[in-house]
Design a binder for this molecule. Structure first.
Ligand code: ZN
Ligand code: ZN
Length: 173
C-alpha cells in the first residue's frame, strides 16, 4: 500500500518551479479513509511555489460506497477528481517564524510531511452526485409493497403504481 504522505523537506529547499511527479497504479493504490478504506490511482504533481507546494492531482477513486436514491441499495461507483491546492508549511521557510494561514488552507506538518488524504476525501465527496443511481435506469422500489423492482416484479396493480400519489390517492379523492 502506497502512502498518502510525502516528505517535501527537500522540495521546499529547491528553486521555485521544481517538481515531483507521483504515479499511483491501480493495483498498488493508496489508502484513503472515508468511512471505509478506499483506494485511488492516477497522477499527482507537486511544484515548489514561493509559499509552499502546489499540488495538482488527477485521480480516480474506483470504489466509492453510495446508497441508490431509487432503490436504496448500497453500491460502489467510480469517481474521478481533479484538484489544485496549495500546501503551506507551518513555518516561514526563510525566517523560521510561524506562518499563519486561514483554517481551510492545507498545511505541511512540522515533520515536512504533505498529506493528500483530506483533499482527496473532500474532492471525492464534492464529486458524488446528489441523487446517485445504482444503474442507468433504476426501477426503484414499489411504493405499495416495498419490493426492489430491479430484482423482481411485484403483484401490485401497475396502473396504481403509475399514480404518482401512490397510497395517498384516496386522500385526494
Ligand atoms: Zn437503484
Ligand atoms: Zn409492489
Amino acid at each position: 500500500m502506497t502512502t498518502t504522505q510525502f516528505n517535501v523537506g527537500t522540495l521546499l529547499q529547491e528553486p521555485i518551479g521544481s517538481r515531483r511527479e507521483i504515479n499511483f497504479q491501480p493495483d498498488n493504490s493508496s489508502a484513503l479513509f472515508l468511512e471505509n478504506t478506499l483506494s485511488f490511482y492516477g497522477v499527482l504533481e507537486m511544484i515548489k511555489i514561493q509559499r509552499g507546494v502546489l499540488v495538482s492531482a488527477k485521480l480516480t477513486v474506483p470504489d466509492v460506497p453510495l446508497d441508490c436514491s431509487g432503490c436504496l441499495t448500497k453500491f460502489v461507483k467510480e469517481i474521478k477528481i481533479e484538484f489544485q491546492e496549495e500546501y503551506l508549511p507551518l513555518y516561514n521557510l526563510k525566517t523560521n517564524r510561524l506562518l499563519p494561514a486561514d483554517e481551510d488552507v492545507f498545511r505541511i506538518n512540522n515533520r515536512m510531511m504533505l498529506d493528500i488524504t483530506e483533499a482527496v476525501r473532500q474532492y471525492t465527496e464534492t464529486a458524488i452526485p446528489i441523487a446517485p443511481k445504482c444503474r442507468e435506469i433504476c426501477a426503484g422500489i414499489c411504493v405499495y409493497c416495498g419490493k426492489d423492482l430491479n430484482q423482481s416484479t411485484c403483484t401490485c396493480d401497475s396502473s396504481e403504481q403509475d399514480n404518482q400519489f401512490g397510497p395517498l390517492k384516496e386522500y385526494f379523492k
